[in-house]
Design a protein around this ligand. Structure first.
Ligand code: PLP
Ligand code: COI
Length: 338
């Protein structure tokens, strides 16, 4: 096993041993290829470079007490990547090929899966890009799919300590009927300006409102949003947010714990009613939120005791992690033991 400071990895790029690649040419996907270089060689007129024809995924593998490696819900990531491909007219990768590539990449880099005690995980980054040259705006005829991995700690450096979000109405991450529901690079490029401003002011992320009316909560730059009140887990339903696999899992766990679950439009005003608020995603896991600052109206919404995550968020976090690390029975069939 690699000798790394597993407890203090942070969320940053790191080279590992191998990555997997697969090419789409002449109307079909080829075989998986193992590569040990971190460089790719593509045409300067590749559609991914000019017109944003690219989609990515993010998932994790965990090492259990038993030393076994578990991959969390990769079929869901495979399907979401297909949806992103449909969204921006890229060649769709078969679900089974996606999963085979993920398994193989994790296996080939097993020495980088963090030890159980560290609480860290192996982050898996599948990427699909248009590589064929075009100069008019149209889909490429050639594509490249790859998967690489790296050990990571929590996305927000505070980990499971509560942080603040900010609302700034003059920034949108996605158009109402645009690409917000797909995991495509353009959404992240669009969120960088506001994200940088937020970080500079001490916030961990922007909480976006719906870009049409600015009446409803959408999501954060890198994570979905949820609020809890009156024993109810509430999370936005919107055409412009990413369907988070973590959020989907938390909804099931919340229900199992006896919470009501509501996925619906969440008016801005409801921020004043929540007892607990969180951001959730693969990288963020659950990032508890202690305050939302509405910068346009100089108004704060505060949650909990400002020091620790709330009771339900803590229970949900512990339950999800226990399933991911194999401490608890996986009754939903969410993990695949490698
Ligand atoms: N929303 C956005 C914009 C994201 O980038 C992510 C991260 O993948 C999420 C939500 C959370 O999705 P998931 O739980 O599937 O990782
Ligand atoms: C993830 O949670 O996997 C993400 O992709 C979020 C972020 C790193 C963009």
């Amino acid at each position: 096993m690699e000798n790394l400071d597993w407890q203090n990895l942070g969320f940053g790029y790191r080279d590992t041993d191998y990555n997997i690649r697969c090419y789409y040419r002449n109307g079909q996907w080829g075989e998986l290829e193992i590569n040990s270089s971190n460089q790719i060689n593509i045409h300067m007129a590749a559609t991914s470079l000019h017109y944003g024809q690219e989609a990515f995924e993010g998932l994790k593998a965990f090492k259990g007490k038993d030393g076994k490696v578990r991959i969390f819900r990769m079929d869901e990531n495979a399907k979401r990547m297909q949806s992103s491909c449909d969204g921006i007219l890229m060649a769709k990768l078969p679900v089974e090929k996606f999963m085979e590539a993920v398994r193989l990449t994790v296996k080939m880099n097993e020495r980088f899966v963090p030890p159980y005690e560290s609480g860290a995980a192996l982050y898996i980054r599948p990427l699909l890009i248009g590589t064929g040259p075009e100069i008019g705006v149209k889909p490429a005829t050639e594509y490249m799919f790859m998967v690489f991995v790296m050990p990571v700690g929590p996305y927000f450096p505070e980990g499971f300590k509560p942080t603040d979000l900010v609302i700034m109405r003059k920034y949108d991450r996605a158009a109402p009927q645009g690409t917000g529901k797909f995991k495509v690079g353009g959404n992240y490029a669009a969120s960088m300006g506001a994200g940088k401003l937020a970080k500079r002011e001490g916030f961990s992320a922007v909480l976006y409102l719906d870009s049409k009316e600015k009446k409803y909560l959408d999501e954060c730059g890198p994570a979905n949003f949820f609020g809890i009140k009156n024993n109810t887990y509430v999370t936005p339903l919107s055409d412009s947010i990413l369907p988070s696999i973590t959020n989907k899992s938390l909804m099931d766990l919340a229900e199992e714990m006896g919470l009501k679950v509501e996925r619906r439009k969440v008016p801005y005003e409801e921020l004043a009613e929540f007892e607990e608020v969180g951001a959730c995603g693969t990288a963020a896991v659950i990032s508890p939120i202690k305050g939302v600052y509405d910068a346009d109206n100089d108004k704060w919404f505060k949650y909990g005791n400002q020091k620790e995550a709330g009771e339900w968020s803590t229970k949900l976090y512990n339950k999800l992690r226990a399933i991911q690390y194999g401490d608890e029975e996986d009754k939903y069939g969410w993990v695949e033991v490698l």
